[in-house]
Write a protein that binds this ligand. Structure first.
Ligand code: BGC
Length: 391
């Protein structure tokens, strides 16, 4: 890496809108959380009230030594009903950008993170023929948020997971368990179209913006004998989405675990071993980050990579530190071997709503669910101080 690259290395924490804000009443997730017979164990409710407590959250991140703060804009707040655009919601996110800057944090803004306005979702969602047009209208509306003070913009969080969940049927396993179905090819195409159109619109309006998207990239490893089916496993699941990021300013890699890909009846299958698991049920395998970075670097061409999520759901903070230390070591080795990584954003600053319940705790900061009091864990200060690339 050159001195210049090193100087700009992003060192931050990531959050998402629906998982932290609370009361996203006009979103499709809110409706699903309250639908009779929903697979959702508990609704998001007030989440961790970051819609009001974002200043405190940013103080914690900046105070610990982070330089970058990833947060989301919630489309369903900006356009709760089709065609009505909330000026106060836009002002709110604008204040967050200014608040981050005032604390020395570079805001890293996600435009869509799993939740959609219910009006959009209930009428076909990404498969609407005018999906791109509707999304671009939302993006235009939030122009005051992005116009200055923001450098990095992520269009869609984990479009590959969005495309996988699109084929989910009632009665299937909970959302982020293993064994998600193959991405729906129509949703995949729609996501890529929306992403490219949004990138073009944002760059045309503000050439300084650095636009990309973050995809879920497990460290997929072929089991002996499964080499012939490995590509058919990884290609539609993440590599197609990484290829679509060629020409972007960055590709976000979001890694938590590995998946061992075996073969049965000529088809790829996920092998479940008896290794230790985290609170999400995923294998404890911190070095997955390095493996994922190396695999995806071979697909993305010249586009630099930012780790836009990496972390662990655990109730043992020492285990969180051990996991993160080993994950960072595997990232540093990949960088030393020439993988062009420009930043690391840890998931997550706070314990938050983990898409169905609050049990898997990913936070560097615990949150009292009754009072919303933030209780920093030792891992917060520890990780803030691990910035190896600062001058
Ligand atoms: C998502 C986050 C989620 C995290 C842990 C990613 O799939 O972007 O929203 O909380 O992983 O499951």
């Amino acid at each position: 890496m050159t001195e210049r690259d090193v100087a700009g290395f992003l060192w931050g924490v990531a959050t998402g809108a629906h998982q932290t804000e609370g009361n996203n009443l006009a979103s499709d997730w809110w409706a699903m959380e309250h639908a009779p017979g929903s697979f959702v164990k508990e609704p998001s409710g007030d989440a961790v009230d970051s819609y009001h407590r974002w200043r405190e959250d940013m103080d914690l991140a900046a105070g610990a030594g982070f330089t970058d703060y990833r947060f989301g804009i919630e489309w369903s707040r900006v356009e709760p009903v089709e065609g009505f655009f909330s000026r106060s919601a836009v002002d709110h996110y604008r204040r967050m950008v200014e608040g981050a800057r005032a604390r020395g944090l570079r805001p890293f803004v996600t435009l869509h993170h799993f939740t959609l306005p219910l009006w959009f979702s209930a009428t076909g969602g990404w498969l609407r023929t005018d999906a791109t047009e509707k999304f671009l209208r939302y993006v235009e509306t939030i122009d005051p948020v992005l116009a200055d003070g923001v450098e990095h913009v992520g269009t869609i969080n984990e479009p590959n997971i969005v495309a996988m969940l699109a084929t989910r049927r009632e009665g299937d396993a909970p959302v982020f368990s293993r064994g998600l179905p193959l991405p729906d090819p129509n949703v995949t195409d729609a996501m890529i179209e929306v992403h490219h159109a949004t990138r073009a619109a944002l760059k045309a309006a503000h050439s300084h913006l650095r636009v990309g998207w973050g995809i879920a990239v497990p460290d997929c490893q072929p089991e002996p004998g499964a080499g012939s089916v490995f590509a058919s496993y990884v290609r539609p699941r993440d590599e197609v989405f990484a290829e679509a990021a060629r020409g972007d300013d960055w590709l976000g890699v979001q890694t938590y675990t590995r998946i061992r890909v075996g073969i049965a009846d000529g088809q790829p299958v996920e092998i479940v071993g008896d290794a230790p698991r985290t609170l999400t049920g995923w294998e404890y395998y911190p070095q997955a980050l390095g493996g994922a970075l190396r695999r995806i670097a071979g697909v993305v061409g010249d586009t630099p990579i930012i780790v836009t999520e990496n972390g662990i759901a655990t109730d043992d903070d020492e285990r969180r530190i051990d996991y993160t230390r080993a994950a960072l070591a595997s990232m540093h080795e990949a960088i030393d071997d020439g993988v062009d990584v420009r930043g690391y954003l840890h998931w997550s600053l706070l314990d938050n709503y983990e898409w169905g319940d609050y049990t898997p705790t990913f936070g560097l900061v615990a949150v009292d669910r009754a009072t919303f009091e933030r209780r920093p864990r030792p891992s917060l200060r520890w990780l803030g101080a691990q910035h190896r690339y600062r001058h």
